[in-house]
Design a protein. Structure first.
Length: 305
């Protein structure tokens, strides 16, 4: 299912049918303004990234990867399953997408954009937006902000302990690792620029011209609202801009995210220890109650007669 108001979810959601029409497919890669962007050094230099813009324009639950990563953890497994399915040469269809996106009128970012062809086929009436930026600036931003998710030792340790402790967050990093393999063959520095440009060219070739907008967030609200048939929001006309984040803030958020995962793992260990201590106390009390002698057990284990 799409983003939920009920907090983090780690178990499989009920099968979802489409509750609302899919209206907008935002098929640009990450770090092209899908969730936030930064245009200067002044406090008023923040501008609305596409996700926030769609929310402001009234689209229901625009779905971004962060919806899964920060709350609906099981959806990371669902996306990983779709990546495996496509990698195996099997067809990914609308039913697969509706299970995750059934409550959303728009979808953005990776891994969704990796399924550009399948999404365009699944939702033939949806408008298509390709967010773009200069290749070198995209490469530098991605290398700085996103690559630590795949390459840092902290992330690898967190992933290992996530799996050992069966944490609800254990599906997050495997999803990103699989996407890293399928897109870059684990070599972003060599393949990143080529993959970015090939992805953009593929979306351009797939999108019907009458339903397609190639968009840079620096262009502001005008082209976006015209394409979507919406009025420019009044507070924007008056000069207001939503407060969004920079690449530097994204790095900070990544560090905080790993810290939050480590704290969750620590709590799980404490919970396991508390339950183990409780079981030991209860078992000991029951053994004493029924006259069980621990010394006899120890002698038997040691082979004493």
């Amino acid at each position: 299912m799409a983003a939920s108001d009920s907090g983090p979810r780690a178990t499989a959601p009920a099968p979802t049918t489409r509750a609302t029409p899919m209206k907008v497919l935002c098929l640009g890669m990450g770090r092209t303004g899908t969730i936030w962007t930064w245009l200067g050094t002044r406090a008023d230099a923040y501008v609305a990234a596409l996700r926030e813009s769609l929310l402001t324009l009234g689209y229901r639950r625009p779905y971004h990867t962060m919806d899964a990563v920060t709350g609906n953890f099981y959806e990371c497994k669902l996306w990983a399953d779709l990546l495996k399915k496509k990698d195996a040469g099997e067809k990914v269809n609308r039913e697969d997408f509706d299970r995750i996106l059934g409550e959303s009128q728009a979808v953005l970012d990776m891994p969704a954009a990796y399924f550009a062809e399948e999404l365009i086929e699944a939702y033939p009436d949806a408008k298509i937006i390709l967010t773009v930026r200069d290749t070198e600036s995209w490469f530098a931003s991605t290398r700085r902000a996103l690559r630590p998710l795949h390459e840092s030792y902290v992330s690898r340790v967190v992933t290992l302990t996530d799996n050992l402790l069966l944490m609800p967050t254990r599906h997050i990093h495997p999803m990103f690792r699989m996407l890293d393999r399928l897109q870059y063959n684990y070599d972003f520095d060599t393949n990143g620029r080529r993959v970015y440009e090939e992805h953009n060219d593929r979306v351009r070739s797939l999108a019907p011209p009458e339903r397609f907008l190639e968009y840079h967030v620096r262009e502001g609200w005008g082209p976006l609202c015209k394409f979507l048939g919406r009025d420019v929001p009044k507070d924007v006309e008056a000069g207001g801009t939503p407060n969004l984040n920079s690449s530097q803030s994204f790095e900070s958020e990544h560090r905080n995210f790993n810290l939050a995962l480590i704290m969750m793992q620590g709590k799980r260990i404490l919970d396991i220890s508390a339950y183990a201590a409780l079981v030991t106390v209860v078992a000991g009390a029951a053994a004493n109650r029924w006259g069980f002698k621990w010394s006899g057990l120890l002698r038997a284990v040691a082979g004493e007669r």
